[in-house]
Design a protein around this ligand. Structure first.
Ligand code: HSE
Length: 309
């Protein structure tokens, strides 16, 4: 039997919601898994690259591959181990750019294996296993549910996720620079402790975010999309990010500008107007410091990971 899953890209944090807010975008990885019948054939992993990934040869093709690990965990969940498997990964989501590529392949491996095994795991179990692998739920939850999602990871390992009613006219201009930044490096610059006033600042802003989305309140969202827990520490890893934020501050149509996940991509949340001018400001700011970028304006993808074949 052969199963194919399609999983959206995601942007985590959204400024104020470090490790707990995220949204899905209509850019996808596609993962196919097939149990082969030939005993002893082991695992075969093929990667079909649609984005022009760098370092594609460094992606493990053995049991250390993260898709295989996710599949293995699902088999273990029902007390089994995978036998011979053929895994194909078609990558439409760039790697190490803050677009949830690792969450996407973890979720893809899990939902494809779940389908293959007759759906032993429900959504709560999938969320919990995927978050355990990833280490935080903010990319995983929108990859599974689609839309804009608020999620919480409890100490018992359970994940509580709530989809927020994102207004359809609010778009995301995603600006992807031509270099990679690993989440590990981007997390390593964060302090272990933060000042109480910064924690309270983000508490206020994430509460405002939820209210702004529920009431379609642009002015409140403009206030909400700010952060003191991670972006100030990561700015130095993303040359030009602060200038982009400054240059867009008073631009018509812009509701806010945030680091996409752990970076280095930058996401401009906008009200659907003035798109070309917004893109031009980002691209010329980066051009001035010799950073090339791909820039796309996209709606939020309301549908999460799904089996397509
Ligand atoms: N919340 C995570 C971070 C997302 O900012 O490090 C990246 O995986």
């Amino acid at each position: 039997m052969k199963v194919t899953a399609q999983i959206p890209a995601t942007i985590a944090n959204l400024g104020c919601g470090f490790d707990c807010l995220g949204l899905a975008l209509p850019v996808y990885n596609v993962i196919t898994i097939e149990e082969t019948v030939l005993p002893g054939s082991g695992i075969e992993i093929n990667i079909i690259d649609e984005f022009g990934l760098e370092n594609i040869e460094n992606i493990p093709r053995d049991k250390n591959n993260i898709v295989y690990k996710a599949i293995e965990l699902l088999y273990n969940y029902i007390g089994q181990s995978p036998n011979e498997l053929k895994i194909s990964i078609k990558t439409g989501i760039p790697v190490a750019r803050g677009l949830g590529s690792s969450a996407s392949v973890i979720v893809g491996g899990l939902i494809a294996a779940n389908e293959l095994l007759g759906k032993p795991a429900d959504e709560a179990v999938l969320l919990s296993i995927a978050t355990e692998i990833e280490g935080h739920p903010d990319n995983i939850a929108p990859a599974i549910l689609g839309g804009v999602v608020l999620s919480d990871w409890e100490v018992d390992g359970s994940v509580v996720s709530k989809k927020l009613p994102w207004p359809e006219d609010w778009l995301v201009t995603i600006c992807i620079p031509d270099y990679e930044l690993s989440t590990g490096i981007s997390r390593s610059v964060l302090p272990a402790d933060v000042p109480m006033k910064d924690a309270v600042y983000n508490l206020r802003h994430s509460a405002m975010f939820v209210q702004a989305v529920h009431t379609h309140d642009k002015e409140l969202l403009k206030l909400a999309l700010k952060d003191r827990l991670h972006q100030p520490y990561r700015t130095k890893l993303v040359p030009g990010m602060q200038q982009i934020m400054d240059n867009l501050k008073h631009t018509e149509g812009v509701l806010g500008c945030v680091l996409a996940g752990a970076g280095p991509s930058v996401a401009v949340i906008q009200d659907g107007t003035n798109t070309e001018a917004i893109k031009e400001i980002v691209s010329s700011t980066w051009n001035n410091i010799n950073v090339n970028a791909q820039i796309y304006t996209l709606p939020v993808e309301n549908e999460g990971a799904k089996i397509i074949v």
